[in-house]
Design a protein around this ligand. Structure first.
Ligand code: DAH
Length: 340
């Protein structure tokens, strides 16, 4: 037995000398120490040893096995340290290298103004509602008191998709959609895209509006002006005031055009306000009784106000943008100027 062990021991030494990686280490273990390995296999040889010598033979086999295991453990430690050192060397990080600069985006001026308007009205208890961009004639016109053949339809050049379906020309369709869904008290904002067949320096076939609608008991034009005063202070600065001028919209009666005192010159007259001291910013009025009736709301019990704001117009006024096209070209040099 001792001879067999001596022979195997020489082989083990030879093999150990070639172990230099986890692969060769594992091959070594497979060859000698695994269940079918040569060292483990020595125990089977005990069968051929005379019974009297077996205990002594078993003892040397065990001792040999422990030695080989110890050598294997030592080699395993060396390999793992060497491999870790190699990885550390290969993966060194140069901590003095400058970081990659990731360009930061900015909100689009239209989004900024939309958010500013929402913030102002959210503070007064308004909710934000949505209405479809593709709607039918009924919601965009008829129930807003603009029947077929009404001259007011000519005020807005409409993109028709079918005889009945169209791209909404105004977020006012959201008034009808809202009153169909919820009953008073109502206090909502409806932001969104609108579409008209119109295109020049101050018109784009797609632009953005913000509709406002309040319906409750005892609502008057004073409530509209009170809330708009709050809005313009937040949009254009504390000293800004509003002025209402009579106007006409089919869905409001009376209707008003709302001006703000010029935030550039404070009202003395400058090029922005064309010397008048006032700038027109939106349309609104008291919700027409017929519109309430069209939504099954009793106009003798409830009244309301509505308004519509052109978001591009506010953005152009507020940020001094003189060409509406700039708002749609997505030129980063332009857009980056509005980071707040
Ligand atoms: N929808 C109108 C437009 O697009 C704007 C408007 C005016 C909306 C008066 C209103 C309103 O709700 O009361 O020109």
């Amino acid at each position: 037995m001792q001879n067999v062990i001596n022979e195997l021991s020489a082989k083990v030494e030879q093999s150990l000398a070639t172990v230099n990686s986890s692969e060769t280490l594992s091959a070594f273990w497979q060859e000698y120490l695994s269940k079918n390995g040569k060292v483990t296999g020595l125990m089977k040889e005990l069968r051929n040893v005379p019974a009297a010598e077996r205990p002594a033979a078993g003892k040397i086999i065990n001792e040999f096995k422990q030695q080989v295991q110890a050598k294997y453990d030592e080699a395993a430690q060396k390999v793992s340290r060497a491999e870790m050192d190699a990885r550390n060397a290969a993966e060194t990080v140069d901590i003095t290298m400058p970081a990659k600069i990731r360009p930061q985006g900015a909100l689009h001026p239209i989004t900024l103004v939309k958010n500013q308007i929402i913030d102002a009205f959210a503070g007064m208890g308004f909710q934000v509602f949505d209405a479809p961009e593709i709607d039918d004639d009924d919601h965009n016109f008829t129930r807003l008191n603009v029947p077929k053949d009404h001259p007011a339809r000519d005020m807005q050049d409409t993109f028709y998709l079918t005889e009945d379906l169209l791209l909404r020309t105004q977020t006012s369709n959201g008034q009808i959609r809202t009153m169909d869904r919820v009953k008073p008290p109502i206090k909502v904002l409806i932001p969104g895209r609108v579409f008209r067949s119109d295109s020049d320096a101050t018109h784009s076939p797609m632009f953005h509006q913000m509709e406002g609608l309040v319906v409750d008991k005892g609502i008057t034009l004073c409530d509209l002006q009170g809330m708009l005063n709050e809005l313009v202070k937040q949009l254009f600065g504390n000293g800004t005031r509003t002025r209402l001028r009579p106007s006409y919209f089919p869905f409001t009666e009376p209707s008003v055009e709302v001006d703000v005192s010029c935030f550039e010159c404070g009202g003395c007259g400058c090029s922005l306000c064309k010397g008048t001291g006032w700038i027109e910013v939106l349309g609104g009025g008291v919700v027409n009784r017929r519109v309430l009736e069209n939504c099954n709301i009793d106009p003798d019990e409830y009244s309301g106000f509505a308004f519509g704001i052109g978001i591009e117009r506010i953005a152009m006024l507020k940020y001094g943008i003189n060409n509406m096209g700039l708002l749609f070209e997505n030129d980063l040099r332009f857009l980056k100027q509005f980071q707040e």
